[in-house]
Design a protein around this ligand. Structure first.
Ligand code: ZN
Length: 435
């Protein structure tokens, strides 16, 4: 099959006008000018997208598919209160609800052009939804609410979940990972064991890190609004001993959790020393600006991450703190934050539109260790594409066009593993020619 569009955006090579991608057995064979590819492959079917741009599908570096029915929680709420509401809402869910929510989340991803996920699952049902969709990425089994009273049972439970997921991941398109939820919802012993399980089973890590000011207070002094809430349900050493005197990043590093397999989500409240530590250990950051904005958590020091060469990508987080799941909006918010932090105009920030689009594609794929499979249009890679409305009269530069204009609603087709898995009802078959 030949997929043709006004603009093909391979990401790792320059944009191609009147371009095409030849796909065989769900893999990219050639990327180039439509005329060349059609001439060289006269018997191949052509799917032509008009007034459209075709690019690799987007990579979401932080999400919780199974929370996709919690849109009613996506209201400005102080973080400890929001966590309490999450716990209450979770208590009303049964197995079927979690699975339905996970499947709904996948549907929303495909509508948003997202074809690769770094997803966290507490129930394990997120694994099923990702496997059914054939979506590549990493699905992290979550460990949460573990103190020394339930440690032994919790460790057995984690290991059982890892074992039972192994057969699915062996045949699926994604890898398994481990997600200790945060520095403040597991005891130090539990966090340490998570680091050991991650090493033993070669499971990459993700964790919520330094998301809020109350988290800093809890870890450093054992006090604050989050400490009083968490302390009611969990016996944590760090609260009992009136704090560790450390930042959350130093605290995790002492427990061997900061390493090159780690994607630390949010990372809003890091100081210069913390940022150097992330760089030294080659850990990556998943920025979640909409979620941070909604819950009043603050803005991540993106300028410092760039200055220190910390690897970062962008995540939506769950629908419970980001009802739109729109990675183009997240990229624009990163740009606004950077402009504010560096004191320059948005078109002068130290991250060009091209680099911003790369953080949604190839750079994120590199962080997941999946860049030989996806993140750009190159021979041998997966045929996972996002096709967007593109009016090429408005901007000569497709990267700027995407950053300035695009959103969820620009996605007209999403192709996963060489199959059309979504088309926009408003655009269906009007800008599409099959022949
Ligand atoms: Zn999260």
């Amino acid at each position: 099959m030949i997929y043709a569009a006004d603009i093909i955006l391979p990401i790792t090579s320059p944009p191609i006008s009147d371009g095409a991608v030849l796909v065989k057995n769900s893999r990219i064979v050639t990327v180039g000018k439509k005329s060349d590819i059609v001439t060289a492959n006269p018997n191949e079917d052509i799917l032509e997208f008009r007034d459209a741009l075709l690019m690799p599908g987007l990579v979401n570096l932080h999400g919780h598919l199974e929370c996709s029915s919690f849109d009613f929680l996506a209201k400005p709420t102080p973080f400890p209160k929001w966590i309490r509401k999450m716990i209450k809402a979770s208590g009303k869910m049964d197995r079927d609800d979690w699975l339905a929510a996970s499947r709904f989340g996948i549907k929303r991803y495909l509508e948003a052009g997202i074809t690769c996920t770094a997803d966290i699952t507490r129930t394990g049902l997120g694994i099923q939804a990702v496997a059914e969709a054939g979506m590549p990425g990493i699905v992290y089994i979550e460990a949460v609410a573990i103190d020394n009273n339930n440690l032994a049972d919790a460790v057995v439970n984690i290991l059982e979940r890892v074992k039972s997921a192994e057969s699915i991941t062996r045949s699926g398109s994604f890898r398994l990972g481990l997600s200790p939820h945060s520095p403040y919802t597991l005891s130090q012993s539990a966090l340490k064991i998570c680091a050991e399980i991650s090493r033993e089973y070669a499971l990459p890590l993700t964790i919520h890190l330094a998301e809020t000011q109350p988290e800093l207070e809890l870890i450093k002094d054992g006090s604050g609004s989050l400490a009083s809430m968490i302390g009611r349900g969990l016996e944590l050493e760090v609260i009992k001993s009136k704090g560790s005197g450390k930042t959350p990043t130093e605290f995790l590093d002492d427990l061997a959790l900061v390493n090159e397999s780690l994607i630390a989500a949010h990372c809003v409240h890091l100081n210069g020393k913390d940022i150097k530590l992330l760089k030294k250990k080659n850990a990556a950051v998943a920025l979640c600006p909409t979620s941070n904005e909604l819950l009043g958590s603050g803005e991540a020091p993106v300028g410092k991450y760039i200055e220190h060469g910390v690897r970062f990508g962008v995540g939506t987080d769950s629908i419970a703190s980001n009802p739109n799941l729109d990675l183009f909006v997240e990229a624009r918010k990163v740009r606004t934050i950077l402009a504010k932090q560096t004191g320059v105009k948005e078109n002068q920030i130290p991250l060009s539109p091209e680099e911003l689009i790369k953080t949604l594609t190839i750079k994120a794929a590199e962080i997941l260790g999946l860049n030989s499979e996806l993140g750009s249009l190159e021979p041998g890679k997966r045929a996972d594409f996002a096709v967007l409305d593109y009016d090429n009269h408005t901007s000569p530069d497709p990267y700027s066009y995407l950053i300035e204009n695009s959103s969820n609603s620009s996605i007209v087709y999403t192709i996963l593993n060489g199959q059309i898995v979504y088309f926009s009802p408003s655009n269906s078959f009007q800008n599409f020619q099959y022949g």
